[in-house]
Ligand binder design. Structure first.
Ligand code: ADP
Ligand code: GLC
Length: 481
């Protein structure tokens, strides 16, 4: 089975969030199952710099309105094959994958990800320039949303799967882009790529894909509702027969407290005592008072309304009055960044924030914090709460999406049954978050319960095996059709 996995970010080359981690770990799991999977990725400078030995694979025949491009071939550190699109005009620039240095979306994102979508489609069709032809094309989020549309209007295309990682980002562009991106005028209608008079990459993917998946069973239901469908709930409900929620796994090698090189002391479920050295190291690193007994709350998050970081900032003074400490790592919304740094300054020693993207620090927080905070308003899957459980750091989460599917609230009954794995609140407001954080802090001081809870967290299996098998089943089904 040959699978082309098209994505706009992949760990450790370029990452803004969970999509990058999934784009490395899921293909690796499929590879382990014997699937010949190749990742297709834009050649951002970060990618070309990290992989200086990529080999030229093929020139891409000129696509009308797109600059010239060629494919380079190589592999990820985890051994999965990689195809990189080299196109200096669209990808060779400073900044990040989607935005410039000032956090503004690149004005030519429609072309940048139109080209990614176009090449993914091209490689699966009769006139592909490559010898290798996929049996399945697997697209991820809006950046590859046009692929199913291009494939629909091409000869000999393979079946395709579209995975929604986050419906909040849709890639919506003015209608003039339909012609510029080489899409036939006939697809610009409600039964097609049109979305409130604009072109929507995400809608294109959802409309034309042979199968749609999203990253947790709960989110698969939620996106069919007005509350979380972001305007696409009608289409998703209409296509529910081919919509499957498959929970993400995590890379259990990369995220393993027994071997993590970012930790000052390793630990595992048989001996968790090494966690306290990591707490001390984190307190030191972040300029907090060294105190082994105060519960230390940790946050690693994009700073956006999605993640409920605003609620954390709002309750921060009350949180540390529990008493407790708070450490935050994140980047995004300018105002949230400012407040986090201000809190850090005003409550020095008790609250500490680092604004930026720091992979090593994210691991240190998962290991060194006692309790992880993730009060997302919505959460398609969420990886951080799985990482935290694996590191014996029970999470406090809002009951939504993948958080419901991965965290079981701690109470007398669930503790007794040995299934409690965190703290869940239902009403998305600051008082519920604070009350639940307080409940977590109280449990933290009850050492016997806390150890039982940590044990339940660490014993859970979040690896990719089961979920990769579920994707494999979908591929097999599509190939038989
Ligand atoms: P999302 O993809 O919505 O951001 P996930 O929980 O699925 O949420 O994945 C977030 C990933 O991004 C995790 O690997 C987390 O550690 C990482 N991350 C988020 N913000 C930062 C940051 N500022 N520095 C380092 N890693 C971060
Ligand atoms: C998105 C979602 C997150 C999910 C990740 C990987 O960024 O916001 O919930 O875990 O994709 O699928």
């Amino acid at each position: 089975m040959r699978v082309l996995f098209a994505t706009s970010e992949v760990t450790p080359l370029i990452k803004t969030g969970g999509l990058a981690d999934v784009s490395a770990a899921m293909p690796a799991a499929l590879h382990g199952m014997g699937v010949d999977v190749r990742i297709l990725l834009p050649g951002y400078p970060q990618v070309l710099k990290a992989l200086p030995h990529l080999q030229a694979a093929t020139e891409i025949p000129i696509q009308p309105n797109f600059p010239a491009a060629r494919l380079l071939a190589g592999s990820l550190p985890n051994g999965v094959s990689l195809l990189v699109i080299e196109c200096a005009e669209l990808y060779k620039r400073g900044g990040g994958a989607y935005q410039d240095e000032h956090g503004l979306d690149w004005p030519d994102n429609a072309l940048r990800f139109g080209l990614l979508s176009k090449i993914a489609a091209l490689l699966s069709c009769a006139d592909s320039p490559l010898d290798w032809k996929p049996d399945i094309v697997h697209c991820n989020d809006w950046q590859t949303g046009l692929t199913p549309a291009y494939m629909h209007f091409s000869d000999g295309a393979a079946p395709c799967v579209m995975t929604v990682h986050n419906l909040a980002f849709q890639g919506v562009f003015p209608p003039q882009m339909v012609a510029k991106l080489g899409l036939p005028a006939e697809c610009f209608q409600p039964d097609g790529v049109e979305f409130y008079d604009n072109l929507s990459f995400m809608k294109a993917g959802l409309y034309y894909a042979d199968h749609i998946t999203t990253v947790s069973p709960s989110y698969a239901n939620e996106i069919q509702t007005d509350a979380l469908g972001f305007g696409l709930q009608g289409l998703l409900a209409y296509r529910r027969e081919v919509l499957t929620g498959i929970l993400n796994g995590i890379d259990t090698t990369e995220w393993n407290p027994a071997t993590d090189p970012n930790l000052v002391q390793s630990y595992d479920i048989t001996d968790i005592s090494g966690k306290s050295a990591n707490k001390c190291a984190l307190q030191k690193h972040m300029g907090l008072h060294i105190d082994p007994d105060l519960p230390l709350f940790g946050v690693v998050s994009r700073f956006t309304p999605q993640k409920g970081v605003d609620l954390i900032l709002e309750i921060a003074p009350q949180l540390i009055a529990l008493p407790a400490q708070l450490v935050l790592l994140g980047t995004g919304d300018i105002e949230m960044q400012r407040i986090a740094l201000e809190l850090s300054h005003n409550y020095s020693g008790q609250i500490s924030a680092y604004v930026g993207f720091d992979e090593a620090l994210s691991h240190m927080i998962e290991a060194g914090a006692d309790i992880f905070l993730m009060p997302s308003r919505f959460e398609p899957c969420g990886l951080s709460q799985m990482y935290s459980q694996r590191y014996g750091t029970p999470p406090v989460v809002h009951a939504t999406g993948g958080l419901i599917d991965t965290v079981l609230d701690c109470n007398a009954a669930s503790l007794k049954q040995g299934v409690a794995s965190g703290f869940v609140f239902h009403s998305m407001d600051s008082s519920s978050l604070l009350a639940t954080a307080r409940r977590a802090a109280m449990t933290y001081h009850d050492k016997k319960s806390w150890q039982a809870l940590q044990h339940n967290c660490m014993v859970k299996n979040f690896d990719w095996n089961q979920s990769a098998a579920a994707y494999h089943d979908i591929y097999t089904h599509l190939m038989r059709r």
